[in-house]
Design a binder for this molecule. Structure first.
Ligand SMILES: NC(=O)c1ccc[n+]([C@@H]2O[C@H](COP(=O)([O-])OP(=O)(O)OC[C@H]3O[C@@H](n4cnc5c(N)ncnc54)[C@H](OP(=O)(O)O)[C@@H]3O)[C@@H](O)[C@H]2O)c1
Length: 308
């Protein structure tokens, strides 16, 4: 297995991890594939409060050598909500601390300084080990970094694949310079790579792969995994896909083939190339959910008063 160094830490993350979004509808199958993944040398498992599968992931990782990454949802970015969310995730995951706790999306309705103060408190309390972000643009990263008092942002999880590759050289370069690792999500375009719409890209990968005796998926992942300061977290739910994905490592596409893929152009605009506008668009959603948080809090305290 190849590893990358996480941010400015000495932590080693496997180049290939497993993403668990939509993994969990079949609990036994999910647990089986996560365990099998870990027994094949992968240590990075990514989940999120939003995926509602932390209990299943928790069951799968018990007693395993794992680097567990989860994310707190943007509507929980006020201090008290972060602290509560972390406790709930720890309970569901049945672990003493979370290796990497990530802010899932920027939320402009909450001051990043308040959010990160809470995150730093969680590190001090030993509940989380490292602080990461996800879907952050350069300007959002800069603001976040300048709000940190004691610790550093170690990673930025962003969409990155042959289909959605234009993450902007400047974001990659910014992360490299500032020792922020990139965790590439949806590295198979959320499965779109296999759809008719993208058949031209798929044929190209197939053609290149035939020279190496590799599949289009392996070529797509190898193209991504050759990049420095980056690891990728495909979601897969079968042993067959696990083994195929593992075989995207330990060999290298030649430069001319990388260039051919580069020159093909990207097929789909990635969210990360328009992070600030997307974040603005999503802000009302987070605000509505935050209002719900507030209502729940009031209802709970009224319930408590009645009981008292
Ligand atoms: N931070 C964020 O905002 C964010 C957003 C999206 C995703 N993520 C993370 O990134 C992870 C991965 O992204 P994703 O789930 O969107 O999509 P993805 O990993 O790009 O694609 C997943 C799809 O590819 C299929 N697949 C995997 N390996 C394959 C293979 N060897 N051959 C053929 N098909 C294969 C899977 O099928 P099977 O399941 O049948 O194997 C699944 O349908 C998520 O699980 C999540 O952890 C983060």
């Amino acid at each position: 297995m190849q590893f990358i160094k996480l941010g400015n830490t000495n932590e080693k993350l496997s180049k290939l991890g497993i993403g668990t979004w939509k993994l969990g509808s079949d609990k036994d199958k999910a647990i089986k594939i996560i365990k099998e993944t870990l027994s094949n040398g992968i240590n990075l498992v990514d989940t999120a409060q939003m995926y509602q599968n932390e209990e299943i992931v928790g069951e799968a990782i018990q007693g395993e050598n794992v680097f567990l990454a989860t994310k707190v949802s943007p509507h929980n970015f006020h201090e008290r909500d972060i602290l509560r969310s972390c406790s709930e995730s720890l309970q569901k995951l049945k672990i003493k601390n979370i290796d990497l706790y990530q802010l899932h999306w920027p939320n402009p309705s909450v001051k990043i300084s308040e959010t990160l103060k809470a995150m730093e408190k969680l590190v001090d309390e030993g509940k989380i080990r490292y602080i990461g972000v996800s879907n952050f643009s350069i300007s959002e990263l800069e603001e976040a970094m300048s709000s940190m008092k004691k610790y550093e942002i170690v990673s930025n999880q962003i969409e990155y694949s042959v289909l959605t590759r234009d993450i902007g050289d400047s974001l990659s370069e910014f992360c490299r310079k500032n020792k922020i690792s990139i965790i590439a999500y949806s590295p198979l375009g959320s499965g779109k790579l296999f759809e008719e719409k993208y058949k031209e890209m798929f044929s190209l990968l197939h053609e290149i792969g035939s020279k190496y005796d590799k599949t289009p998926t392996q070529v797509a992942l190898n193209w991504l995994l050759q990049k420095e300061n980056l690891c990728a977290i495909p979601k897969f739910s079968s042993r067959e896909h696990l083994l195929e994905n593992l075989d995207s490592l330990d060999w290298k596409l030649k430069q001319n083939d990388i260039k051919t893929i580069d020159d093909f152009g990207q097929s789909k605009k990635p969210l990360s190339s328009m992070l600030n506008p997307v974040t603005k668009r999503m802000a009302p959603l987070w605000s509505n959910l935050m209002t719900r948080n507030e209502k729940n809090r009031i209802n709970n305290s009224e319930d408590k008063k009645e009981k008292d």
